[in-house]
Design a protein around this ligand. Structure first.
Ligand code: FAD
Length: 464
């Protein structure tokens, strides 16, 4: 039964119309819905140009799907959302739950403010197949280790995609609202120079996904560690901004057998695991999950700052590290294997605090996501849940030779090394005076820094 009262659909990390549980729910209650997006300055401030540009692009794509009827306002959602609901006489504001620390707090405040005006905040679904907090051990405790979480997550099961094709509603034209609430243009993209970002929006997400299923899924398990090959989905920015829901992906995988589908299901579950961990331990966004690491010695002085800048610019003298950091500068994205290598290099070769690297990633990545980013950084640093043992220290040269065996990935992003053939590209210093003059010598010596790391680790954990 539908109500005469209109509703507001407040978009946040769900910039799509398909498989949208909150839209489905709103359409069950009313025929008339206002689509709202609030540009929240608290979230915009720490975002770098690529992140902002991709998000604005997703908003533009959504607005187009809505026939130009997305109301965009800038400010504090706690005041804006109730004001908009009141202006149209909405009885309910519909959202997909935000389970991150800031979003959860903000939504509680918005719900209180709405309640004071006689309206309700209705949460339906979340950006995850299973909303964080729902998969627990038998005694109700959360999981700290991925493998048992994954088993329980699969057993828990998740709903099928919401069939929003049938959720036809009349979208309220923002031009009919009082002048104060007419809305703003979606901001122009910041200057990106020569960067090339993925095409934003739901249509682009679904096309990318279908192409991946047709061409690359079968080999995913073998190819996903190869940055030189187009072996992974590259769906992460679309999942981050909600241009596609993970349930859609999982439903498509459900009908497929083989190691590719199974392995990809596991990777999607890592995203769910990290969100679950952040839900239970919100402090893990900023602090060491394993508090023993609070005593870890990091370098933070002037020299550390210089090393950090060289890392950000892709000028460390280690080709696989530099290729990764330059891929980030060129595309706002980096291959997972290389993210692990560059993160390990920052923490274990340069001895810088993991949160310096995490902040840079969050600023630059088009898929920058608090849960996945901070907890992956902590995984590499050894201070997270289920972390890589600290003594397992990536050797940047052998990682390059193993996962970019012909050197194609390095040559793609580091033009100074294009004259070097095959895997010799991973050790340019071996060429002595013939090494490319415009490529830096290694900033540090890996074997030596590995030793320093092991000593610092020993001091923290009591293990030699
Ligand atoms: P695919 O291999 O195609 O995997 C499909 C999806 O599974 C991904 O889109 C992602 O949603 C999920 N996934 C895969 N691996 C992981 C993982 N290790 N942790 C969580 N989810 C995973 N991912 C982000 O989405 N945002 C981040 O900010 C982010 N920061 C990271 C920082 C570091 C230091 C590291 C090591 C990893 C980080 N990741 C992050 C995880 C991973 O690198 C990316 O999700 C992956 O590279 C995205 O590429 P893809 O979509 O082609 O992945």
């Amino acid at each position: 039964m539908t109500s005469e009262d209109p509703a507001v659909l407040w978009f946040r990390r769900d910039l799509r119309l398909g498989d949208h549980a909150a839209l489905h729910d709103a359409a069950e209650r009313t025929d008339t819905v206002l689509a709202l997006y609030v540009l929240d300055e608290k979230l915009l401030a720490p975002s770098g140009a690529p992140r902002l540009a991709f998000m604005y692009g997703c908003l533009r794509a959504l607005d187009e799907q809505l026939g130009g009827r997305l109301l965009v306002l800038t400010g504090d959602p706690v005041t804006i959302v109730p004001r908009v609901a009141e202006a149209i006489g909405a009885a309910s504001v519909h959202i997909s739950a935000d389970t991150g620390p800031y979003g959860h707090r903000r939504d509680r405040d918005v719900a209180d403010a709405l309640r004071e005006r006689g309206a309700e905040l209705v949460e339906t679904g979340s950006p995850y197949a299973i909303t964080p907090g729902r998969v627990t051990k038998g005694d109700g405790d959360p999981y700290r280790v991925f493998t048992p979480f994954y088993r329980a997550w699969k057993e828990h099961g998740y709903p099928s995609p919401a069939d929003t094709k049938k959720s036809t509603v009349d979208w309220i034209d923002p031009a009919t609202l009082p002048a104060k609430l007419r809305g703003e243009r979606i901001p122009d993209d910041p200057d990106l120079g020569e960067m090339r970002l993925p095409e934003p929006g739901e249509k682009a997400a679904l096309k990318l996904w279908r192409d991946f299923l047709d061409e690359y899924l079968t080999d995913y398990d073998g190819d996903r560690d190869r940055p030189d090959r187009p072996g992974t989905t590259r769906i992460s920015p679309y999942l981050r901004w909600g241009c596609v829901h993970p349930r859609t992906l999982l439903a498509d995988l459900a009908g497929r057998t083989g190691s590719g589908a199974e392995s990809l299901r596991g990777e999607i579950a890592w995203r769910e695991f990290h969100a679950d961990v952040l839900w239970h331990w919100p402090k893990a966004a900023r602090k060491n999950f394993d508090t023993r690491f609070d005593a870890m010695k990091h370098d933070t002085g002037k020299e550390a700052q210089r090393l950090f800048e060289a890392w950000c610019d892709g000028r460390t003298g280690y080709p696989i590290v530099d290729a990764g950091m330059r891929q980030l500068l060129a595309e706002g994205w980096m291959h997972n294997r290389v993210r692990m290598v560059v993160a390990s290099f920052l923490v274990k070769d340069l001895h810088l605090p993991w949160w310096w690297g995490a902040r840079h990633f969050m600023n630059q990545l088009v898929d920058g996501d608090l849960a996945s980013n901070q907890l992956n950084w902590q995984w590499v640093a050894g201070s997270g849940t289920d972390a890589a043992p600290y003594f397992r220290i990536f050797n940047p040269t052998t990682q390059g030779e193993k996962f970019d065996p012909n050197g194609d990935y390095v040559r793609r992003y580091v033009p100074e090394l294009r004259s070097l053939q095959g895997k010799s590209v991973h050790q340019p210093w071996k060429r002595g005076n013939d090494a490319p003059a415009d490529y830096p010598r290694p900033l540090v010596e890996h074997a030596q820094e590995r030793q320093v790391s092991l000593e610092r680790y020993g001091a923290v954990t009591g293990k030699p």
